[in-house]
Write a protein that binds this ligand. Structure first.
Ligand code: ZN
Length: 688
């Protein structure tokens, strides 16, 4: 249910070669010389702002994209690297410093991984082989779910863990109360279209996927023929799961995924799986309520368990064990994993250097231990203060927007303002750091370190069942270049990692900061009021607080955006579903509008005009839009772009720039665009 800002997850694409430099890269911000003056901003603003930059920065061999954000990614990773190297070298280091130091050593030890990876994997495969009857299934699945990622964490498409997802989440009806939740899962491809799509491209990817499963099983010691037969079984099971899964458009709708069940009902739906045994092994406290995101998925689960042999399940779980362990083993596993999930799926020829994969892995598994070092170096108190101020300015703009909206009645406005007022803004990093002291980290077994950190997090998530919601907890680490809104905690969250150049600089002018970071803040602020976020109240409860015809009017306004973004994207051969991206698109449009309002308020208070050229020859209004556009300058490999359009609710960067500006009269004004220019959309869509 969380809404994040970014479309790209850098972390799935990793793997080896050694790094040379620890110098921090230079971070730049927008400057007017980057603009391609031979083009008109009114024809294609994205091209006008970005084509020169993109032309000068081809996609690197080890990246699915090129983006102005990538130097910041490298910058953040370099800081984390130096912290881990320092901890590793310090014989006196203790506590979490010792842990990140040892984690670093275990990950960077390429020779050790190559020599011992198979030995590390062997005990896990032995657990799978101990499945001799289906009665053993709960025990082996619980082992998998405890030791490998990430049974508690569903994404836009499913939970990527074997068989199903299980964790905790706030009750939709009473967010203060944490309940148990089951999710569709058991599929390793990025979305159900990859299993069910009928185009040649999907068919080809499926053929490659089956080959990949076979090769992974061979690496784990299976003879070729057996591995090929197992791969076919895996594909059959995963396809059956895909057929029973909810699509990612419906999955956005909280009413569709809020299906209340008791444990007895789950047992009745899947009688061939011993749920008591599974839950006991997961150390799950008894729950009064289990939320089942996709009831039909349970039927498919039962069908598969009932009709498949113990041998089939050994094949399926052996694949998942090797698949999940692969990035933590020797280079043969790492490379084969990347060949499919990096190269075939995203078109990226080469893995990132080992050190960068180690940083990502540490950030994923021990993020709040590393985060303290990051904040100390990269996020001074002045940055936090300035960011807090910016968020306040944007939220004041939303309150103003709500008050003056002519399409909401007073009762709805009152509720909306209450919700806005109750939103908790969190900046940079948690007030209280997570305690990892119970996690055993060793310098010489990378897989065991992942298993230990994963078990810690799985138990931490499951232990929450039956407890009270903690709004102060973060789900992103401090060094993350992203931000999120969570409707059930009613929080907006901005990690220190994104409060950096080229997005934010406490010392820069307001137009630059508001166009770039202000739009990000506005985006998250609007999520609480997007097509799904608006269904939650000030306490984070799913409750209809809309009065009269206001809901109908909202839907009409939002339909304009859905239509505008429902489009063929011929260069990638895919169709964008406006219903999938509606929330993010609404947040982009409203967010940019709020940021512009905040800038107008600042200039008004100073008695200055936004339309007078300033030192750099640009008006503040122009610099605002250019700073916004610049942050999104990105070129993608076609495979990566396709995967994004199919599985991800964020529009491609060119649309994130051109669509919102074309809905804004302020943009037309800034660049004197004629009414019939391509960058002036008719009608101008506007919700917030
Ligand atoms: Zn978002």
């Amino acid at each position: 249910m969380r809404h994040s800002l970014l479309a790209f997850c850098f972390s799935v694409l990793f793997t080896p070669v050694f790094a040379q430099t620890t110098d921090l890269p230079t971070l730049t911000h927008f400057d007017p010389s980057l603009v391609d003056k031979s083009l008109s901003p009114c024809d294609d603003f994205y091209k006008y702002t970005c084509s020169k930059w993109i032309g000068a920065h081809p996609i690197a061999q080890d990246m699915p994209i090129t983006s102005v954000i990538l130097p910041l990614f490298l910058y953040n990773q370099t800081i984390l690297r130096e912290a881990m190297e320092k901890a590793a070298a310090d014989k006196q280091a203790a506590g979490s410093e010792r842990q990140v130091g040892d984690f670093w050593l275990s990950c960077m030890d390429q020779a050790g991984r190559n020599a011992h990876g198979r030995d590390w994997l062997a005990p896990h495969l032995k657990v799978v082989d101990s499945l001799v009857s289906k009665k053993d299934l709960p025990r082996v699945v619980a082992w998998q779910h405890t030791n490998f990622p990430a049974v508690w964490e569903g994404d836009n498409n499913s939970t990527t863990a074997p068989m199903f997802g299980f964790g905790s989440e706030p009750d939709f009806a009473d967010a203060s109360h944490i309940v148990a939740a089951f999710d569709q899962g058991g599929m390793a491809l990025p979305g159900i279209d990859y299993y069910l799509g009928t185009s040649d491209r999907f068919k080809d990817l499926r053929a490659q996927y089956i080959k990949h499963i076979q090769r992974m099983l061979e690496l784990a010691g299976e003879p070729s023929e057996k591995a090929a037969a197992d791969a076919a079984i895996v594909m059959d099971i995963e396809t059956a799961f895909a057929k029973a899964s909810m699509n990612n458009v419906d999955r956005r709708d909280p009413d569709k995924v809020y299906n209340k069940r008791t444990l007895e009902q789950i047992k009745a739906a899947v009688p061939d799986f011993d749920w008591d045994d599974y839950l006991a092994r997961m150390h799950a406290p008894a729950a009064q309520l289990y939320i089942v995101s996709t009831p039909g998925f349970l039927d498919a689960l039962e069908q598969q368990i009932k009709t498949r042999s113990a041998e089939d399940w050994r094949s399926y779980l052996r694949w998942w064990t090797v698949h999940r362990a692969a990035p933590f083993l020797g280079d043969d596993f790492v490379q084969e994993n990347f060949a499919f999930f990096g190269t075939a799926l995203t078109g990226t020829p080469q893995m990132l250097p080992q050190w960068r994969r180690c940083v990502t892995s540490a950030d994923n598994l021990l993020g709040e231990a590393l985060g303290q070092a990051y904040v100390n170096i990269a996020f001074p108190p002045a940055s936090k203060a300035k960011a807090n101020e910016l968020v306040k300015q944007i939220r004041a703009a939303l309150a103003e927007e709500i008050r003056r909206a002519d399409w909401m009645d007073d009762a709805t406005k009152k509720q909306a303002l209450m919700k806005q007022d109750a939103t908790l803004q969190k900046i940079g990093y948690p007030d209280r750091w997570r305690d990892y002291s119970s996690v055993k980290i060793v310098p010489d077994n990378y897989l065991a370190n992942m298993n230990a950190a994963n078990a810690f997090e799985a138990h931490r998530q499951i232990d929450k069942i039956g407890t009270t919601l903690d709004r102060t907890e973060w789900v992103m680490t401090p060094a993350t270049i992203d931000a999120y809104e969570d409707p059930q905690t009613n929080t907006i969250n901005f990690p220190a990692g994104i409060l950096q150049l080229p997005i934010f600089d406490g010392t820069r002018d307001d137009a630059s900061n508001l166009g770039a970071m202000g739009a990000v803040i506005g985006h998250e602020t609007i999520h609480g009021f997007d097509d799904q976020g608006r269904k939650f109240d000030e306490k984070g409860n799913l409750r209809d607080w809309w009065t009269g015809d206001d809901e109908k009017r909202y839907d009409q306004k939002d339909k304009c955006i859905v239509d505008q973004y429902s489009q063929e994207i011929p260069e990638y051969g895919v169709t964008q579903k406006g219903e999938l991206t509606a929330g993010e698109d609404t947040a982009d449009n409203g967010g940019l509008h709020l940021a512009m309002m905040a800038l107008e308020n600042i200039y008004k208070a100073r008695g200055k005009s936004l339309d007078t050229p300033e030192e750099d020859g640009l008006t503040a209004r122009q610099r605002f839009f250019l700073s916004y556009g610049f942050v999104w300058c990105t070129a993608e490999r076609p495979e990566a772009a396709r995967q994004q359009v199919i599985t991800n609710p964020h529009s491609l960067p060119m649309f994130r720039v051109n669509r919102p500006v074309s809905n804004m009269p302020e943009f037309q004004q800034a660049f004197s665009c004629p009414a019939n220019a391509p960058m002036v959309h008719h009608p101008a869509c506007r919700v917030w």
